[in-house]
Design a binder for this molecule. Structure first.
Ligand SMILES: Nc1ncnc2c1ncn2[C@@H]1O[C@H](COP(=O)(O)OP(=O)(O)O)[C@@H](O)[C@H]1O
Ligand SMILES: [Mg+2]
Length: 284
C-alpha cells in the first residue's frame, strides 16, 4: 500500500533533507510575456518523462500550437531517439560556441521543433552556472516563436535539473505508483520549493492502473506536502499503463501517433487539452 509506507519514508527524508542556499538562480522573464515554458521532471528516473514530453508536444502541435521540445537531459538525452530523428548537432555544440540554438533546432514529427541534447558526454551532466545561464539565454532568445516550450529534464536533484525547472513557467512532476518514485517526487518538490521558491506543482501520475489509483497517489502526496511544505500541488492527469507505449518506442514512434485509439493516447489527449486551454497564441 503506497500511502502508509511512503508517509513513513517521507517522514524519514524530512530529517535528512536540509535547506541549502547555494546554486540559486534569478529568473528574468516577466510573467505572462513569454510563451508557456513547461518543465517535465521527476525525482526518480525511468518514470516516463521523455514519453510524456514527446506525446504532449505532438498532440499540442496537432491542435495547431507551435511547439518546441527541449531536451535538457544534457549528458544522456534520448528525446531524439524516441522521436526517430538523428540530429547532427546538439547542445554541446552550443556550449562550445560552434553553433547557436537556432542552428541546432531540428524538425520533429507533427511540425514540432526539437532542441536536442547530447548523449554520453559526462561533463554536461553538471554544468557550471554560467553555462546553464548561457543555454537558458539562448532558449529564451528563440522562445517568442513558440506557443509552448516543453522541457524534458533529467531525473534527480542535480543543479542542472533544478535550474531548468526554475527556468520554467510551470513544473510538471511525474510519478508512478512506485514507492520510490513517490518519495523522490516529494524530495524534488521540497528542494525546488526551498531553494527556488517554487510554490506550485503539477502532478502527472504515469503507469497508473486506474484513475482511482492516480487520485489516491495525489491525495497522499498532497497530504504530506501540506504537512511539511508550503506548496500547492495540482493533479493534472494520469496516463494508464499501456504496452503500446513500449511497442511505439521499439519503432521510434509515439503512441499517440501510431496507436491513436489506445488508452494511453486517450490519457495524453485529456492532458494536452488542459494545457492547450492555458496557452497563449492564436487558436486554430
Ligand atoms: N504509461 C506507460 N505504460 C507503460 N510503459 C510506460 C509508460 N510510460 C512509460 N513507459 C515505459 O517506461 C520507460 C521509460 O520511459 P521514459 O519516457 O524514457 O522515462 P524517463 O524519461 O522518465 O526516463 C519506457 O521504456 C516506456 O516504455
Ligand atoms: Mg528521459
Amino acid at each position: 500500500m503506497p500511502s502508509t509506507s511512503s508517509a513513513n519514508v517521507i517522514n524519514l527524508q524530512e530529517r535528512k533533507l536540509k535547506k541549502s542556499s547555494n546554486d540559486t538562480v534569478s529568473l528574468d522573464v516577466e510573467p505572462g510575456t513569454s510563451p508557456k515554458i513547461i518543465a517535465v521532471s521527476s525525482g526518480k528516473g525511468g518514470v516516463g518523462k521523455t514519453n510524456i514530453v514527446a506525446n504532449l508536444g505532438y498532440l499540442l502541435s496537432n491542435m495547431g500550437k507551435k511547439v518546441l521540445l527541449v531536451d535538457t537531459d544534457l549528458g544522456l538525452g534520448n528525446l531524439d531517439v524516441l522521436l526517430g530523428i538523428a540530429p547532427k548537432f546538439n547542445i554541446s555544440h552550443v556550449l562550445s560556441n560552434e553553433k547557436s540554438i537556432a542552428d541546432i533546432l531540428v524538425d520533429g514529427p507533427g511540425n514540432m521543433k526539437i532542441l536536442p541534447a547530447s548523449s554520453g558526454v559526462q561533463a554536461l551532466t553538471h554544468l557550471a552556472p554560467p553555462q546553464l545561464e548561457a543555454i537558458r539565454g539562448q532558449m529564451f532568445s528563440v522562445a517568442a516563436a513558440y506557443d509552448a516550450i516543453l522541457i524534458d529534464t533529467a531525473a534527480g536533484i542535480s543543479s542542472n535539473v533544478l535550474f531548468f525547472n526554475a527556468s520554467a513557467r510551470e513544473v510538471y512532476v511525474v510519478v508512478t505508483p512506485d514507492l520510490t518514485a513517490i518519495t523522490d517526487a516529494y524530495a524534488l518538490m521540497k528542494i525546488l520549493s526551498l531553494q527556488y521558491d517554487i510554490a506550485d506543482f503539477n502532478l502527472l501520475v504515469n503507469q497508473a492502473e486506474s484513475a482511482k489509483e492516480a487520485q489516491e497517489i495525489f491525495n497522499h502526496l498532497q497530504l504530506v506536502t501540506h504537512q511539511f511544505l508550503d506548496i500547492s500541488i495540482h493533479l493534472r492527469g494520469h496516463i494508464l499503463k499501456d504496452d503500446n507505449i513500449a511497442k511505439g518506442i521499439r519503432c521510434q514512434r509515439m503512441v499517440s501517433d501510431i496507436y491513436p485509439n489506445s488508452s494511453a493516447t486517450d490519457c495524453f489527449k485529456a492532458i494536452a487539452r488542459q494545457i492547450y486551454e492555458t496557452l497563449p497564441g492564436p487558436t486554430h
